[in-house]
Design a binder for this molecule. Structure first.
Ligand code: NDP
Length: 401
């Protein structure tokens, strides 16, 4: 039994609130706080109607203001804070957790607002301070990073003596019926995919042009999709935590229509993050674009199809080469039915709740800052099956990569 503070009332925050509310014996009191309190209230109204929980409240917070966070935390006194606002707030929230003695969990690594760049160094730098205070910070507990990292840890624990080649493959085979929309925060999403690509090979990071490498990959229950090599944050921690890896890459599917829209957005300057003056007001083009694009949290209602995300691994077991695939398929419609949110929010929010559950019940313990693959993957894998993200394994098959 314990109190949990959830920060961020977007699509992911909604799923985390639904999923925590389903387990009142563990999450006895829930406070959902975000920049716009009315969004928290709207989520809690749905959660109380669909699930029902004895104690959920809401609050307004600017998560970039450490003293406001400290006041909110001291007032509510949670055991754990689940941060599902934006990556810009990682450091201020970690700072507030340190000042108040609260465990921390997030789903995306820190990114400065003025530079489209994300890496773990900023958050790993907090390790000693968390350790000294006897606190645990769990980084990257969504799907990717998160479940893909746990899948890799599970493969290393049960199926390989050495992992040599890791390919993480992320397919959204769903259709939301809109001409163009992103599946999570458009600003963060567009910053992520318009960056140069990067992969790891033989101890080095190799940079690629955006969308330079494309493979046609087959996804279970979806079929063949163009998959593009991107840089993704879990690669950084996985090659550090599994040093036998010789090559690690990340692939994501995009349809031609999506890429055409993206190209136009970039060509006309709407993906820019430098402020421009418009009628005496300073605006950031990408932030303005976010305001006119569909809200990812509202895409769920008519969303059909599935996501399919997994790891394709080649390595050595008992002296022989082995291949292995582990993946989850998530139906957008089933996610919507349960949490009124689409599959991408669902596949991020469910793992965040599971990580929080393992931390609150003392199954995952630690002092310092950790990536999820550093914990025992078994209880997490068990709970994925129990709480809505059933996974499947294939042994000694063609990896296509
Ligand atoms: P949304 O944009 O839908 O929601 C973000 C929420 O954070 C909004 O409610 C927003 O408030 C709130 N917020 C923004 N700034 C602040 C602030 N300064 N103080 C308090 N609240 C703030 O995003 P998503 O729900 O789609 O994504 C949430 C997080 O999950 C992101 O960090 C994203 O990167 C991560 N993610 C991780 C994935 C994974 O697999 N690991 C996959 C998908 C997402 P307001 O409503 O006022 O705008």
């Amino acid at each position: 039994m314990g109190k949990v503070l959830i920060i961020g009332a977007g699509g992911v925050g909604q799923v985390v609130t639904y999923k925590c509310a389903q387990h009142p014996a563990i999450f006895s009191d829930i406070l959902l706080a975000s920049r716009t309190q009315s969004k928290c209230d709207a989520i809690v109204e749905k959660v109380q109607r669909d699930v029902g929980h004895p104690s959920i409240s809401t609050a307004q917070i600017d998560a970039e203001d450490v003293s406001a966070l400290v006041a909110l935390i001291n007032d509510f006194q949670p055991e754990l804070l689940i941060h599902v606002a934006l990556p810009y707030q990682d450091l201020t929230i970690m700072e507030a957790c340190l000042q108040t003695g609260v465990h921390y969990l997030d789903t995306a690594n820190y990114e400065p607002k003025d530079e489209a760049k994300f890496e773990y160094s900023w958050q790993w730098a907090y390790h000693d301070r968390f350790k000294k205070k006897g606190l645990m910070a769990i980084l990257g507990c969504g799907f990717d990073p998160g479940v893909t990292s746990i899948f890799t840890a599970y493969a290393a624990k049960h199926h390989f003596d050495e992992i040599h080649y890791l390919d993480i493959v992320d397919c959204n085979g769903g259709d939301h019926g809109k001409a163009f929309a992103t599946n999570f925060n458009p600003e963060i999403n567009i910053r992520e995919i318009t960056q140069k690509g990067r992969y790891y090979e033989n101890g080095q990071w190799i940079e690629t042009e955006p969308f330079e490498f494309c493979e046609k990959l087959n996804y279970p229950n979806i079929g063949e999709r163009n998959s593009y090599l991107l840089y993704h944050e879990e690669l950084e921690s996985l090659v550090k935590n599994f040093p036998t890896i010789k090559r690690a890459r990340f692939w994501m599917t995009f349809g031609d229509e999506y890429l055409t829209h993206l190209r136009v957005i970039q060509n006309i300057g709407m993906a820019g993050i430098e402020p421009v003056q418009y009628k005496g007001v300073e605006i950031v083009p990408l932030q303005f674009l976010k305001a006119v694009l569909p809200d990812p949290g509202e895409l769920g209602e008519n969303y059909v199809g599935e996501t399919s995300i997994g790891c394709r691994i080649r390595g050595i077991k008992d002296g022989k080469e082995k291949t292995y695939i582990v993946y989850n398929n998530c139906s957008h419609a089933a996610a919507y039915k349960e949490t009124k949110a689409q599959g991408v929010s669902y596949t991020t929010g469910v793992p965040a709740m599971i990580g929080a559950m393992l931390a609150m019940t003392g199954v995952w313990k630690g002092e310092g800052v950790f990536n999820v693959e550093e914990f025992d993957p078994d209880p997490f894998m068990e709970k994925l099956n129990q709480y809505g993200l059933v996974w499947h394994e294939l042994h000694d098959v063609d990896l296509e990569l």
